[in-house]
Design a protein around this ligand. Structure first.
Ligand SMILES: Cc1ncc(COP(=O)(O)O)c(C=O)c1O
Length: 380
């Protein structure tokens, strides 16, 4: 056997990749598993999006390599989205780069900005990829705790007391996954001021702003934010296109050029048809979001009911595509979710996969039909 690179020892197979093997084993044994774990939208993209990719397949240049920076219309579509939803103005030629999902952007940003030994502030709880990517590039993770009593916001007093001299980048994610906490403009202003004071690149990962959220925000709304901040966004949840792999990174022209330097060495452009579909998706307006959110709202009400039945506590003001729930004090997340899995055939995510601050919590996905949620309630 050829030995693997040392960096592989720093990461583990992704939780869902491991746990879904266990879930699939139970399914193959005939267990009627309801998967409420993963946030992969089950609803379809808009018909115009499907039509656009179909039509695109017949265009003469459809199967060729595509531009590293994406089609101009796609970049313009992203810019229009930011102008319409956040009142943020972006230069479509230099301040935006399409990505194959925002997840790859997390790696590209780390490759573009981090040297071995640089320190990175990573939220606990938070999306596990931030830490894995730090490990893969040899950066040092400094976890910062988010706590319910502080609205899942960073504790700036505690951060200021830390040695920040080696910190180069800070990951933030609002609306926050997994807790569903929404940022305020004031929080974003504090983050930008913190980044400027300590010369730390602030990266906001923002894929959930359009879901069950009456006040969508972007960190780039803060005056002067582009000087020190980058934002990732994605079509995965906003337009039910998770499998299409379309995202974007937005920042000032110098930062975007640095990310392009990495990315253009990794892939050779996004499939033409996918870009054409994405362009159509980005044209969708209020009707699309109203109908999407009405479906998620109904599902969330049922999940709240399920939570009541389970005796777990929820904050009904949370936003995004999940429900984050607090277990009674004596329960551990992983024991609780295994009990649900093995006794009730319900798969729910334990809060601990998002970090130690997720202990005592579980996360339900809203990517489950109302019928299945009703069945889950019935089982409890
Ligand atoms: C917080 C967060 N960031 C990024 C991603 C990746 O999304 P994408 O499909 O755009 O790669 C996810 C997906 O679940 C997520 O929850």
């Amino acid at each position: 056997m050829i030995t693997t690179a040392n960096r592989l020892k720093t990461v583990e197979e992704y939780y869902f990749s491991r746990k879904l093997k266990e879930v699939n084993q139970l399914l193959s044994e005939g267990k009627p598993i309801i998967n409420m774990g993963i946030g992969s939208p089950d609803l379809k993209p808009h018909a115009s999006v499907i039509e656009a990719i179909q039509v695109a397949l017949l265009e003469p240049n459809a199967h060729m390599y595509q531009s590293y920076q994406g089609l101009p219309d796609l970049r313009k579509g992203f810019c229009d989205y930011y102008a319409n939803n956040f009142n943020v103005s972006i230069d479509s030629t230099s301040e935006i780069l399409p990505l194959m999902g925002s997840k790859e952007g997390i790696m590209h940003i780390a490759m573009a900005f981090l040297n071995e030994g640089d320190a990175v502030l990573v939220p606990n709880p938070g999306y596990p990829t931030y830490q894995s990517v730090c490990n893969l590039v040899g950066a040092k993770t400094l976890l910062y705790d988010l706590k319910e009593e502080n609205l899942w916001y960073p504790d700036f007093d505690a951060l200021e007391k830390q040695d920040l001299s080696h910190v180069k980048l800070m990951w933030v994610c609002y609306p926050h996954m997994p807790t569903g906490a929404q940022a305020s403009l004031e929080l974003f202003e504090k983050l930008i001021a913190f980044g400027k004071k300590h010369h730390i690149l602030i990266v906001n990962d923002n894929p959930y702003s359009a879901i069950l959220n009456d006040n969508p925000l972007s960190i780039l709304q803060v005056e002067g934010a582009k000087d020190i901040a980058i934002e990732l966004n994605s079509l995965s949840k906003t337009y039910n296109m998770a499998g299409w792999r379309v995202g974007m990174v937005i920042g000032n022209a110098i930062n975007i050029a640095s990310i392009l330097k990495v990315k253009s060495n990794m892939d050779s452009g996004m499939f033409f048809g996918i870009q054409k579909g994405a362009i159509e998706a980005l044209k969708l307006g209020k009707d699309w979001f109203d109908s999407l959110n009405s479906e998620y709202r109904n599902r969330r009400e049922l999940i709240f009911l399920l939570c009541d039945k389970l005796g777990v506590a929820v904050n009904r003001n949370q936003v995004g595509m999940f429900v984050w729930a607090k277990l009674p004090n004596e329960y551990s997340s992983e024991i609780f979710i295994d009990q649900l899995l093995y006794e009730k055939s319900l798969f729910v995510t334990p809060g601990t996969i998002f970090g130690s601050q997720g202990e005592g919590y579980i996360r339900f996905s809203l990517c489950v039909t109302e019928e299945k949620i009703k069945e889950a309630i019935h089982r409890i």
